[in-house]
Ligand binder design. Structure first.
Ligand SMILES: Cc1ncc(C[n+]2csc(CCOP(=O)(O)OP(=O)(O)O)c2C)c(N)n1
Length: 628
């Protein structure tokens, strides 16, 4: 680690540095990020892009008194390093280590947690208004990427800012990238501003002036240049129409210019937006060459940026299957909300470019857009992570289900996501979808069944959803073609008479293992792949309820409102009293960490199931039929 970086214990230390030292520090931070994240993995590209921005913010403002709200907050690593977490930075995203996002419980400097996009402006406005009400003086700064402005919430906040406060600083960190290339009219609008030659020239000369003279005079020049440029070229700058004074675009790597600009903006008594241009991945060639890959990744070689080739993932099987299904059926269209890479849809795009839609970070819009297409006879498949689909709950109910429209939700990253932590765990989708009338909700035990379920979903005349996990597939031998699955029919993998074990999705492996362990204890168990959370296979449940001493359910989801709950409710409705041992996540937010370790910690294990079911079997009491 560089000597300057080592001397920074808190933001106060930054304020003692001169310009040259600051520039050196920026490079030391970059080297530190590249080295550290090569071991832990993480959001390298976005953080390399905000080194100067974060240094400037911490030079001009004083956290924790002043408030920084980072959108998504995947780009807050430098902020963490500068606010007393440098020594622990090597633990980022590791078990018991620093979280990869802002976390209020982690530091007094993290005033607002996030992980989902589009929240910064609203949260910052809330803080600014709270300050105004309390008569406070602190500054509130929202930092949001260009892709955050493809999100509706950012615009809902913009619509509100000028009416609610006179003091709020919004920084638009424009690197032209979301995870993939940023999309849509907003992205084009930003691009037009950035690439306009005349506008650029004003800024370059202004920046040179700041470097030469510094201070107020130069800022006045910058402002004049901006105003002149705007009135000449941009009579109706979007943000100005929203009542925010627009400044920029300025070079987001010019540290003295950033410092000067923030010094100036903090005195403004109206809401302002500063547009800065940054380079995602700056200072690390592999990240500049591979923007998508280096947005967020696992460990890599710090010299070459090389990563080890991964195993086949569920996302890839999903994408390849969708290509095939779209080949067979011209009504099939694919929709992503800014996640072509993560969902695998970038594999679909070249095959069916006209039937591929990236709508930006806009999950609500994605679902309503899908509903619209479905009304015109298309079969939209929305590929959205379980955690991000939470955003679209109302459109699922109000637009898709209520109108019985055939939209399929393919929920990647369903279950514990691991290193990313609570903002990204997909632990609630069963609970929020199970109560939606007409929803067909499936979970495949392996990749082959995922393909069958996708084919099946496209025959459903209403909403359907498939949940599947992050990462590597089970590795089964794939059938050549997909087969239709009977809706609401579970698959009995092995029959038995003492316990019925239901393992939802890939949790079937735990069900199988429990079956074997019980057999060793002298009990006979049925191992069942439920396939459907909704409609549940009631016939199967009734059959086993009359035969076994207990059910065991395994799910990678919270227990409350989950699959096991559905089984309990169904048995109750059938009037059958039989114990159900439910293994799933407790009623807490689960921290980040390794999946296996977290499962062990929270009892999502075969041992736990065994410990709970054996005492029930000891009694070997048969279920009582309360009603028939
Ligand atoms: C609601 C939601 N949808 C999707 C994502 C996944 N996601 C994380 S960061 C990101 C792109 C952010 O781009 P931008 O805001 O421009 O910041 P940059 O990484 O370019 O600095 C996306 C799509 C998310 N975090 N939240």
């Amino acid at each position: 680690m560089g000597a300057l970086l080592e001397s920074i214990q808190s933001p106060a230390d930054l304020k003692k540095l001169n310009c040259t030292q600051m520039a050196e520090l920026a490079e030391e931070i970059r080297a530190f990020l590249i080295q550290t994240l090569s071991k832990t993995g993480g959001h390298l590209g976005p953080n390399l892009g905000v080194v100067e921005l974060t240094l400037a913010l911490h030079t001009v403002f004083d956290t924790p008194k002043d408030k920084f709200v980072f959108d998504v907050s995947h780009q807050a690593y430098v902020h963490k390093i500068l606010t007393g977490r440098r020594e622990r930075f090597g633990t980022i995203r590791q078990p018991d280590g620093l979280n990869g996002f802002m976390l209020r419980t982690e530091s007094e400097h993290d005033c607002y947690g996030a992980g989902h996009a589009g929240t910064a402006l609203s949260a910052a406005l809330g803080m600014a208004v709270a300050r105004d009400l309390a008569g406070g003086k602190e500054h509130v700064v929202a930092v949001a990427g260009d892709a955050a402005f493809t999100n509706g919430i950012s615009f809902e906040a913009l619509n509100n800012i000028a009416e609610q406060t006179k003091r709020l600083i919004v920084v638009l960190n424009d690197n032209e990238w979301s995870i993939d290339r940023n999309v849509g009219a907003i992205a084009r609008y930003f691009h037009r501003i950035v690439t306009n030659e005349r506008y650029r020239n004003f800024h370059e000369s202004a920046a040179r002036l700041v470097e030469r003279f510094g201070g107020k005079t130069a800022m006045t020049v910058v402002r004049r240049a901006e105003e002149a440029a705007k009135s000449m070229l941009w009579p109706s700058i979007l943000f100005e129409e929203f009542g925010l004074q627009y400044f920029g675009p300025i070079d987001g790597h010019n540290l003295p210019l950033l410092v000067e600009t923030f010094e100036f903006l903090k005195k403004e008594d109206r809401p302002v937006l500063l547009h800065i241009l940054t380079e995602k991945g700056r200072g690390f060639q592999p990240a500049l060459d591979g923007q998508k890959k280096f947005h967020g990744l696992g460990p890599y070689d710090p010299e070459t940026g090389k990563t080890t080739a991964g195993q086949t993932t569920y996302s890839e099987v999903f994408a390849n299957t969708l290509v095939q299904l779209a080949n067979e059926d011209p009504r099939v269209v694919a929709i992503t909300a800014a996640m072509p890479n993560g969902t695998g849809l970038d594999l679909f795009r070249p095959h069916h470019p006209r039937r591929y839609f990236d709508v930006g970070i806009a999950e609500e819009h994605a679902v309503i857009f899908a509903a619209g297409m479905a009304t015109r006879g298309y079969r939209p498949v929305c590929a959205i992570y379980s955690t991000f689909l939470q955003r679209a709950f109302d459109p699922i109910v109000h637009d898709v289900a209520l109108q019985k429209l055939p939209v399929t939700f393919c929920m990647d990253r369903a279950g514990l996501s691991g290193d990313d932590g609570p903002t990204h765990h997909g632990l609630f989708d069963i609970a929020y979808l199970r109560g939606v009338p007409d929803m067909v909700l499936m979970a495949p035990k392996d990749e082959d069944e995922l393909a069958d379920m996708m084919k099946t979903a496209l025959t459903v005349n209403g909403p359907s959803a498939i949940r599947y996990p992050r990462g590597a597939v089970a590795g089964v031998v794939r059938k050549a073609a997909q087969e239709l699955i009977q809706i609401g029919k579970a698959e009995v993998l092995s029959d038995g008479s003492d316990v019925a074990i239901l393992g939802l999705g890939p949790m079937i492996s735990l069900a199988r293992e429990l079956g074997m362990r019980l057999e060793r204890e002298g009990f006979s168990s049925a191992v069942i792949n439920p396939r459907f959370v909704k409609p549940l296979d009631r016939e199967m449940l009734e059959l086993y309820a009359r035969r076994v001493v207990a059910f065991v359910t395994f799910e990678d989801h919270v227990k409350m409102g989950g699959f096991g709950s559905a089984v309990v409710e169904a048995l109750d409705e059938m009037g059958i009293a039989v114990p159900v041992v439910r293994i799933g996540w407790p009623d807490n937010f689960i921290e980040h960490g390794k999946v296996d370790a977290l499962r062990a910690k929270y009892g999502i294990t075969v041992d736990e199931a065994l410990a709970q079911v054996l005492p029930l079997l000891g009694r070997r009491k048969r279920p009582t039929l309360v009603a028939s």
